[in-house]
Design a protein around this ligand. Structure first.
Ligand SMILES: NC(=O)c1ccc[n+]([C@@H]2O[C@H](COP(=O)([O-])OP(=O)(O)OC[C@H]3O[C@@H](n4cnc5c(N)ncnc54)[C@H](OP(=O)(O)O)[C@@H]3O)[C@@H](O)[C@H]2O)c1
Length: 235
């Protein structure tokens, strides 16, 4: 990866990348999404076709910096999320930083129409974030900690009760839209893919939640030669 801004053409190794995407000094909600050039969040119903090997590597690093990876059930159903979120090298990196070996996976769902294997194959005990009234099947309650939270502020409060302050939200657009509307995104990490997807797909935020337009501050622009990696912060 090369940095285009603020220091032009500076090659970044893993240490440099980690410094470019640090853990927050306080609780932090970081949204990481990929978009096509024309604003699509998916190709053929999934985000993978928009990424690149560097995008996948960066996703791993962002996960390695987080206490918890927060994901909407729609994304879990579309993308899978079976097994560990990070590989052994990043487990070692977390170990060296004094963090738990794996970030925890927190799945936001009202209907709880989920594959139990997503919970049971997670190496760190996962969390289910659901409404106050949802009836959690016993097998799910045995496999995960249940957080009751109907809106993003309640979700974050519930995660903090588990000591999880560094939140990487991986979407999807429905969940991201609620966090954006609630003004609870401290950072937006956006991979811009060199693809014209055409009309039809969702944008990276979606849903009904109304919001005032909000301006963020550009922290940096990186590139792997094909994709742009943009990091924006709350001003
Ligand atoms: N471009 C990218 O970076 C990116 C990133 C992630 C995903 N994606 C793509 O986006 C698509 C999925 O996105 P999506 O917007 O349809 O789904 P989503 O945001 O991943 O998940 C929406 C689901 O989350 C649950 N949920 C959301 N808010 C809730 C709340 N306040 N309380 C309880 N449950 C809540 C509901 O689950 P239940 O239905 O279970 O009740 C809802 O149906 C997939 O195609 C995926 O590939 C793209």
């Amino acid at each position: 990866m090369r940095r285009l801004w603020p220091v032009p053409e500076q090659e970044l190794d893993q240490e440099g990348l980690l410094a470019a995407y640090p853990r927050g000094e306080r609780a932090l909600v970081r949204l990481n999404m990929v978009s096509s050039l024309d604003g699509a969040a998916t190709l053929g119903g999934r985000s993978g076709g928009l990424g690149s090997p560097a995008d996948q590597a960066l996703l791993g690093l962002l996960r390695a910096q987080a206490d918890v990876v927060l994901v909407g059930a729609g994304t879990i159903r579309a993308e899978g999320y079976l097994g560990p979120l990070i590989g052994d090298a990043l487990v070692a990196l977390r170990d060296a930083a004094g963090l738990a070996p794996h970030p925890r996976l927190a799945i936001v769902s009202g209907r709880l129409d989920l594959d139990l294997d997503v919970l049971t194959t997670s190496p760190a005990r996962p969390l289910l974030v659901t409404s106050a009234e949802a009836v959690v099947p016993p097998a799910f309650a045995a496999a995960a900690d249940v957080v009751r939270g109907g809106d993003p502020a309640e979700m974050l409060a519930g995660l903090r009760e588990h000591g999880l302050g560094q939140v990487l939200c991986e979407g999807g657009p429905g969940l991201a839209g609620q966090f954006a509307a609630a003004d609870l995104l401290d950072e937006v990490c956006l991979t811009l893919s060199p693809v014209l997807a055409g009309p039809g797909a969702s944008r990276i935020v979606a849903g009904e939640a109304a919001m005032e337009p909000r301006r963020l501050a550009l922290a940096h622009t990186l590139t792997d030669g094909t994709h742009l990696f943009l990091r924006y912060r709350r001003p």
